[in-house]
Design a protein around this ligand. Structure first.
Ligand code: Q46
Ligand code: ZN
Length: 280
């Protein structure tokens, strides 16, 4: 099947993992992450799910139910992290920070993905990013010529001090293809959009790339693969020179350049606000 062959090709060409690896796969409940997990399990990989419950009313309750049922039906292991339990439920964070919530939410999720993979001894962390996600992100990074992000963008990131190895085995497949896979395999996924996704820049850039694809089929994969082979090595070389030294966070050990990492600082801010509300 086309879908399986594209995953096999991505894994092989980018040496993502082998059948000896312990893979932790992030499961949001959406079509991409569930398709990825099902396909890896089907190909005989040792894969466990990780769901970060964002604490967004109704939306997160449904997402978690879908993921739990999916793993139960498949007989697969699942780890659930509740942001509400660590005081970082996304609606609370949104009320407290001035930055766009999606960039903070992304940071918090990445923090927990990485921490869980390292703490529990997984050798690689897999996410369900597809070609539309990757091409849209590349466009955003190129529009800003953000050399640090451009050097970091790719289907594999090797493990380094404090960071687990990360892979994106669906990077050759479009959103339409992952949705079709779920439909054909009877995978029930979360179709509701996150209430905070409206107006997010990434949606617009994906639509832009999709218009290009319609006018000129093959644009998305050509743009992304061309970047990987022809441009990324130059950005990597450039950033190796400017590489900022990271040290473990004083509170949680996560790599940071600021003494205390962003997530620990955020926790502190929210705890301070809660105390203020209690006394005011
Ligand atoms: S969950 Fe979080 Fe997304 Fe919702 S707040 Fe934005 S980043 S849109 S993938
Ligand atoms: Zn920290």
């Amino acid at each position: 099947m086309f879908f399986s062959r594209q995953v096999e090709r991505a894994v092989r060409e980018h040496r993502m993992f082998t059948h000896g690896d312990k893979i932790l796969a992030a499961l949001s409940g959406g079509k991409d992450s569930l398709a990825l997990f099902r396909e890896l399990a089907h190909q005989g990989y040792d894969v466990t799910g990780l769901h970060v419950d964002l604490g967004i009313k109704d939306f997160s309750v449904k997402a978690r139910m879908i993921v739990e049922k999916f793993c139960q039906d498949l007989g697969a292991g699942l780890i659930v992290i509740s942001l509400a339990e660590s005081g970082l439920a996304i609606p609370r964070v949104k009320a407290a920070v001035k930055r766009p919530i999606c960039s903070v939410c992304g940071k918090i999720k990445r923090y927990w993905f990485n921490k869980t993979a390292l703490d529990k001894g997984y050798t690689v962390l897999a996410t369900g990013h597809n070609l539309d996600d990757e091409a849209g992100r590349l466009l955003a990074n190129a529009l800003r010529w953000d050399t640090a992000y451009l050097s970091d963008q790719g289907p594999t990131l090797p493990a380094e001090a404090g960071f687990a190895a990360k892979v994106k085995p669906l990077y050759r497949l479009s959103e339409f293809e992952t949705a079709s896979y779920c439909f054909l395999r009877g995978v029930e996924y979360h179709m509701d959009a996150c209430p905070y996704a409206k107006g997010a820049g990434f949606t617009f850039r994906k639509q832009l790339m999709q218009s290009l694809e319609q006018k000129s089929p093959g644009s998305k994969i050509g743009f992304y693969e061309g970047f990987l082979h022809k441009a990324r090595p130059a950005f990597l070389a450039l950033e190796q020179k400017n590489h900022e030294k990271l040290l473990p966070c004083l509170e949680c050990g996560y790599p940071t350049s600021a003494g205390t990492c962003g997530v620990c600082r955020l926790k502190r801010t929210l705890a301070g606000q809660a105390k203020f509300n209690e006394y005011s």
